[in-house]
Design a binder for this molecule. Structure first.
Ligand code: AMP
Length: 216
């Protein structure tokens, strides 16, 4: 098993991607993101159809498709001597995924980013992503120097299909119905550490860095 096995949870828009990236860089672990992997394979044919059909509607992709992605990603980490573990971002999102993860991992800590409903709707609907390099911006909180253009690579900034306001509502409902029970599951197992996710990325990071250092 890997040296550091970390899960980061929270509603969509809580800042999981941003904070996972920092964890990966600072603690030398792989950033395993099911949302990212699915976005790269949106039109992959599965027995349940393509991921796109679920994602663009704000619904969860079927468990077996996502479990397979994670199983391959974690096996890759185990085979890579340069990395000291992984941070799982956006997985598990259902009790069945959590049960599957228990069979292939030995999680050290589950970070739970708590954010109010108003904040996450503001963050998601204002988010813009570079279609070339994937860098994230926000129209109010973190705008690029030139509107619609990526500071890093000059690519075009777009709104993710699932960040449109109507889809955001479905994503938050999916979270409350299917993912909130996973938070309880880890709380019962004594693995959950709650982090206030309302602050700036730097403020939240200061807390997370200490927690990860203490638990892995
Ligand atoms: P994210 O970027 O983590 O917000 O994920 C974007 C979308 O990918 C979600 O709204 C789901 O449709 C899908 N997705 C990501 N992770 C999972 C998962 N663990 N289980 C099911 N669907 C997922």
């Amino acid at each position: 098993m890997a040296e550091r096995e970390i899960v980061i949870m929270g509603p969509p828009g809580a800042g999981k991607g941003t904070q996972s990236g920092r964890i990966a860089e600072t603690f030398d672990v792989d950033h395993v993101t099911t949302g990212g992997a699915l976005r790269e394979n949106k039109d992959m044919e599965t027995e349940y159809g393509t991921p796109r059909e679920y994602m663009d509607a704000g619904e969860l992709v079927p468990d077996s498709v996502v479990n397979e992605i994670v199983s391959v990603a974690l096996a890759d980490v185990d085979g890579d001597d340069g990395l000291r573990g992984y941070v799982l971002d956006g997985y598990p999102r259902t009790i069945s995924q959590a049960e599957y993860l228990d069979t292939i991992a030995d999680i050290d800590v589950v970070l739970y980013l708590s954010v109010s409903h108003e904040t996450l709707v503001d963050r998601l609907t204002g988010r813009r992503v570079c279609e070339d390099c994937g860098e994230n911006y926000h129209v109010d909180f973190d705008p690029p120097a030139t509107e619609g253009v990526c500071d890093d690579c000059g690519g075009t900034l777009i709104q993710r299909e699932d960040d449109r306001e109507d889809v955001v509502t479905t994503r938050v409902e999916e979270y409350r119905e299917k993912t909130a029970p996973v938070v309880e599951h880890y709380e019962e197992e004594g693995l959950l550490v709650e982090v206030d996710g309302e602050g700036t990325p730097d403020e939240v990071w200061a807390e997370i860095e200490d927690i990860v250092a203490a638990h892995t």
